[in-house]
Design a protein around this ligand. Structure first.
Ligand code: SF4
Length: 264
């Protein structure tokens, strides 16, 4: 079986516990305004033109994003780092895009990793059918679970989809007693209203346990990609959150009893 991957990052330290290999699967059904990987959205391999300086001359060259990988080829990349997993308590993280967008390929990778006793994380926003997430849960040790907005209308506005299924799947994984780390992207003026944060915390407090929360402050690193791929960038007026803003939100979560970190 083959799938399309747009990057494999070795020695990752922000994508779950220990030292990890992060495999980025192409395709995402959302379109978050702040996404720093818009090249991941299309499920297919895409090509684009870019300028490169050769000597004192700029020339147009064609680049592509995404490449077909067999499960065996991905596993060879993962196996290269096994010694680091064993020493650091790490493993492999499947990210995207949205990894569930290539469900069969993801399942095959997860199954193979577990056969080889490798710790597995799935970094997801879980906009996927319940039966699929339930099947994947059997082979996933930890879900890095993106929760972008508790208000459904705002969620639809900024991501293009409802949060209903995302919240239902979170309840399902919690009932299945899965390990979950909530990832909350902090975007000034979009999802940092204190009332919304309190509502999100109230939702999380109703789960079986208080799952840890990672705050992921918005940054503009991916901005240049939007013009490269001919996609409108809607975040020109949005600033990165200040240290004080981040600290204030962290305090809110901590005061409510959540183990809270900033970054991955
Ligand atoms: S879910 Fe992730 S990959 Fe998909 S658009 Fe949003 S930020 Fe980008």
């Amino acid at each position: 079986m083959k799938g399309i991957i747009f990057d494999i990052k070795h020695y990752a330290i922000h994508d779950g516990p220990g030292i990890r290999t992060t495999v980025f699967l192409k395709g995402c059904p959302l379109g978050c305004w702040w996404c720093h990987n818009p090249e991941s959205w299309a499920k297919e391999i895409i090509t684009y033109q870019k300028q490169e300086k050769i000597g004192d001359k700029f020339v147009e060259i064609e680049e592509s994003v995404g490449e077909y990988y067999s499960v065996d080829r991905v596993m060879k990349e993962i196996e290269k780092d096994r010694v680091f997993y064993e020493e650091s308590g790490g493993g492999v993280t499947f990210s995207g895009g949205e990894p569930f967008h290539q469900f069969d390929f993801l399942m095959e990778l997860l199954r193979t990793c577990k056969e080889k006793d490798i710790h597995t994380c799935v970094d997801t926003t879980a906009y996927v059918d319940k039966d699929k997430i339930q099947k994947a849960a059997a082979y996933t040790d930890l879900f890095l679970y993106d929760l972008k907005h508790i208000d459904d209308e705002q969620h639809k506005r900024y991501t293009g989809v409802s949060n209903k299924l995302i919240l239902e799947n979170l309840i399902l994984l919690d009932h299945l007693k899965k390990e979950i780390q909530i990832r909350y992207p902090l975007i000034p003026g979009m999802n940092d209203d204190e009332t919304d944060i309190l509502k999100m915390m109230a939702f999380l407090q109703k789960l079986r346990k208080l799952h840890p929360v990672s705050i992921l402050p918005y940054h503009k690193i991916g901005k240049h990609k939007y013009s490269q791929f001919g996609i409108e960038y809607k975040m020109n007026d949005i600033e990165e959150p200040s240290k004080e803003q981040i600290e204030k939100v962290k305090k809110l979560f901590e005061t409510a009893g959540f183990e809270t970190t900033v970054g991955g």
